[in-house]
Design a protein around this ligand. Structure first.
Ligand code: BES
Ligand code: MN
Ligand code: ZN
Length: 496
């Protein structure tokens, strides 16, 4: 899908369709008023007859509206004007794109982007319109033998801004939106691929291809190198599977040599069966999504390269499967991490922290400005925050605030949980330096407290995306989150 930004009156648009909003109580948006005026009250008449009441998510397609140059007008319900916030705006764009793709229209001029959204500005509106449109049109059909029937002729959206002076802001926002959307698409595709296709080797090959096409550095350590390095915790998970592990190192150098890099670490479990502490069968297929942290790092790198941000960024992806076998971890096993600290594995299903801890120790060698890890780490996070908000924990409040803010402006929100020292008590082991689980209470926090034992040397934050990386049920699929959050975090850092 292509996007362009335009200023100019809606009644003069030659586009196949002009899209305008209608608030509750049949009140037209500004562009709607303008069109209604040119059409001598044609729209007001339709509203008066009760054919469109402005309820959120509803649409009405009008043909042959008098006084206009366009073929059609699409009315989109916006709900209450005084409560027109993020969710309503996004819903309106989604409804518009869905309605447009059911028509024969290949191009439309969308005036929803002009409508003020509470606490947001034009740049936000434009970026979100791009993101929501791309998300609405996304389909994953790589694994179908034939593509599904769809006419899908819609290929261009023109997003309106009110004044010529806003064109530059709108264009920059559209480019940012496109870069984020492309990064999300990559993350979604990787997440949606089944575990028998998206293996550690596949992820590594994708990383190599991405790095080559976008011109950044990549290095892939194979399982033998992981062993030589002394990543005993990572290796202990990897060795339970016949599919060999990889450790992927991405290096984007948009900043000058002296600039300390930001390190992003993504959990890359391409399938999590739980191992010997086997998970129940129901919904176990969803554990193919246990590499969504890794996918979000790759998606973010793609956007980073697209936007050419003047930063140095390192991506670290430990990737393997978690399966039961004669070589798998057993409850009670003790392993030695790259840091030298020993870990008693009381539950082999708490494998994410085992592969991440060695990557976090490896991160030290880059003398990082900060480290952010992204992981589908705990079911407890889904219980706490549901599927709306990612969990955030950090050993530095400034970094936490930056990520909270980035999540807000990207509409990809996270919420901070406390990481007080007291939680470490729950990780005590009689046989090793620590246990890999902390019991039922505060499962998301104790998982982070475990990682915190490996991040003492730098500023660090952890995003638990167990509830936000994919959707279950009828619309099962990867969401591409938290690529928007991460890109906004980096954009802000690049601005200094
Ligand atoms: N990948 C899972 C976390 C998960 C579970 C994400 C459900 C999304 C939905 C992780 O490896 C895991 O199994 N965590 C355990 C930890 C427990 C054994 C301490 C969990 O949350 O049950
Ligand atoms: Mn697990
Ligand atoms: Zn897992």
């Amino acid at each position: 899908m292509e996007f362009s930004i335009k200023s100019g009156s809606p009644e003069k648009q030659r586009s196949a369709c002009v899209v305008v909003g209608v608030f509750d109580h049949r009140k037209l948006s500004y562009a709607g008023e303008v069109i209604d005026h040119a059409a001598a009250g044609y729209l007001a008449d339709i509203l008066r007859r009760g054919d469109m009441d402005g309820k959120p998510g509803t649409t009405r397609l009008l043909h042959n509206v008098p006084g206009l140059l366009c073929d059609r007008v699409l009315l989109v319900g916006l709900g209450r004007e005084r409560e027109f916030r993020d969710k309503n705006y996004r819903e309106a764009v989604r409804a518009a794109v869905n309605a447009l793709s059911e028509t024969g229209v290949s191009e439309a001029a969308v005036y929803l982007s002009e409508i003020p959204v509470k606490k947001r500005d034009l740049g936000w509106n434009v970026e979100q319109a791009v993101l929501v449109a791309q998300e609405t049109l996304y389909r994953f059909e790589q694994m179908k033998s034939k593509p599904e029937e769809s006419k899908r002729v819609l290929r261009k959206l023109i997003l309106a801004v009110s004044r010529r002076g806003e064109l530059a802001t709108g264009e920059a926002a559209a480019l940012r939106g496109q870069a984020i959307a492309a990064g999300m698409k990559l993350a979604k595709d990787l997440g949606n691929l089944p575990g028998n296709v998206c293996t550690p080797g596949y992820l590594a090959a994708q990383a190599e291809e991405l790095a080559k096409s976008r011109g950044f550095g990549v290095e892939v350590l194979d399982q033998a190198a992981i062993e030589r390095f002394g990543m005993g915790a990572f290796l202990s998970v990897a060795k339970g599977s016949d599919e060999p592990a990889r450790f992927i190192v991405l290096r984007y150098t948009g900043g000058d040599e002296k600039q300390q890099p930001i390190v992003l670490v993504g959990k890359g479990i391409t399938f999590d069966s739980g191992g010997i502490s086997l998970k129940p069968g129901a919904d176990m297929d969803e554990m193919k999504y246990d590499m969504c942290g890794a996918a979000s790092v790759l998606g973010t790198f793609q956007a980073l390269a697209e936007l050419k941000l003047p930063l140095n960024v390192v991506g670290l992806i430990p990737t393997c499967e978690n399966l039961p076998s004669g070589r798998a971890n057993k409850p009670g096993d003790v392993v030695t991490s790259l840091s030298g600290q020993t870990i008693e594995i009381l539950n082999t299903d708490a494998e994410g922290r085992l592969i991440l801890c060695d990557a976090l120790t490896y991160a030290e060698r880059f003398d990082p400005a900060c480290v952010v890890d992204i992981a589908t780490l705990t079911g407890a996070c889904v219980m706490a925050l549901g599927h709306v908000t990612s969990g955030l924990l950090a050993n530095n409040d400034g970094l936490a605030r930056e990520l909270l803010h980035a999540g807000d402006v990207a509409h990809d929100r996270c919420w901070q949980l406390p990481l007080f020292d007291e939680y470490e008590e729950q990780l005590k082991s009689n046989f090793a330096d620590m246990a890999n689980i902390g019991g039922r209470p505060a499962g998301t926090i104790t998982a982070a407290a475990f990682l915190g034992k490996f991040t003492k040397k730098y500023n660090w934050a952890h995003l638990d995306i167990a509830g936000t990386a994919w959707k279950s049920g009828k619309e099962k699929g990867s969401t591409g989150r938290p690529v928007p959050l991460l890109v906004h975090f980096l954009v802000k850092r690049a601005e200094g």
